[in-house]
Design a protein around this ligand. Structure first.
Ligand SMILES: [Zn+2]
Length: 331
């Protein structure tokens, strides 16, 4: 784990750097952000910063024994609080793994770090137990709560923790990261970035899953051959989503992106803004063939299909109606 592995969270990294340099490390932190936003990576990197044996400008080296131990979750003074029940972190979990353990001096020093992932799963008793330690921590104690929903914490916990919020990333930053670090194709990267809602972890999962690229290819094939394929063939193609382990919602999202590309091109004549970079000619051709109202109706038909499926309308019927509505506009 290096500084450069964390994208777009300089406000958090700067906070940690300052705290360490000024010797003002807090005893309790909340790192808030949705699943996949990189909370655990930040907690690990902070641990490295605390323990690194040869930091440079406040940045951990990533190579010393302490850094390597943190990276491989083997550092004797960095503890992840685990819980047996999947849905709850109980008072016993907190007492056994944190309250009692933190009283034992650090093995290597100068800190002892406790990381609680999905800390919103602590019930009230567990929160009250942890509160005692947060109120009177040993000098070396650092507790890091990771949570997608810090609003579920007692106000007494919130008021004693430094809360750091993971920011969603821009689509551009995610696209760049995916093409550079994940070797994703530009088109796949852009699509994953748009789908991720600024969540890098989610975007990485999309580009790593084989099904995601296959589904994009499927959508392109369906759309570019819509006028020559039979309705049942179109419906069968959409049903392939099950094979990709993705949802029909994702499929419809990709379809909608295609028609948004056409809309964008029609309005701007700027190919750089297109998601479907590999299908530029086809996008341009369709944009010349269809009017603005045509494309708007098509996008509406896709949304209508989505609404129908959510309302449990028969799958084949909902999808057929969508293709009929689209074909009508493509003539
Ligand atoms: Zn190091």
């Amino acid at each position: 784990m290096k500084f450069t592995d964390i994208v777009g969270q300089d406000h958090i990294l700067n906070h940690f750097q300052n705290a360490i340099m000024k010797d003002r490390v807090s005893h309790a932190y909340i790192i808030s952000g949705e699943k996949g936003a990189g909370k655990k990576a930040l907690a690990r990197l902070f641990s490295q910063m605390l323990f690194c044996e040869s930091p440079k400008d406040g940045k951990p080296c990533g190579e010393c024994q302490s850094c390597r131990q943190v990276i491989s979750d083997n550092h004797p003074d960095v503890h992840f609080v685990l819980h047996e029940k999947p849905a709850t972190i109980s008072v016993d979990d907190v007492r056994e793994q944190l309250n009692n353990d933190i009283m034992i001096k650090p093995y290597k020093g100068p800190y002892k770090v406790y990381i609680i992932d999905e800390a919103e799963k602590m019930n009230v008793e567990a929160q009250n137990a942890i509160l005692k330690t947060i109120e009177e921590p040993p000098a070396y104690g650092v507790i890091i709560l990771l949570s997608a929903n810090p609003a579920s914490f007692l106000t007494t916990i919130l008021s004693r923790c430094v809360t750091l919020t993971v920011h969603p990333l821009s689509e551009g930053a995610i696209t760049e990261y995916l093409t550079k670090n994940q070797m994703a194709l530009e088109e796949t990267a852009r699509m994953a970035a748009q789908f991720s809602g600024g969540n890098l972890g989610k975007a990485i999962r999309f580009v790593r899953s084989e099904g995601f690229q296959e589904m994009i290819d499927n959508v392109v094939t369906v759309i570019t051959n819509m006028t020559v394929l039979q309705t049942w063939e179109l419906v069968a193609a959409v049903k392939e989503v099950e094979k990709y382990k993705l949802s029909v919602d994702d499929y419809l999202n990709i379809m909608a992106k295609w028609y948004r590309d056409i809309l964008v091109y029609k309005a701007t004549r700027d190919v750089n803004q297109l998601v479907f970079q590999g299908q530029m000619q086809e996008v341009i051709r369709t944009s010349e063939k269809c009017s603005f109202p045509d494309i708007e109706e098509i996008i509406k038909a896709i949304e209508k299909c989505r609404t129908r499926l959510h309302a449990n309308v028969n799958f084949d019927l909902a999808v057929e109606l969508m293709f009929m509505a689209i074909n009508e506009r493509m003539r």
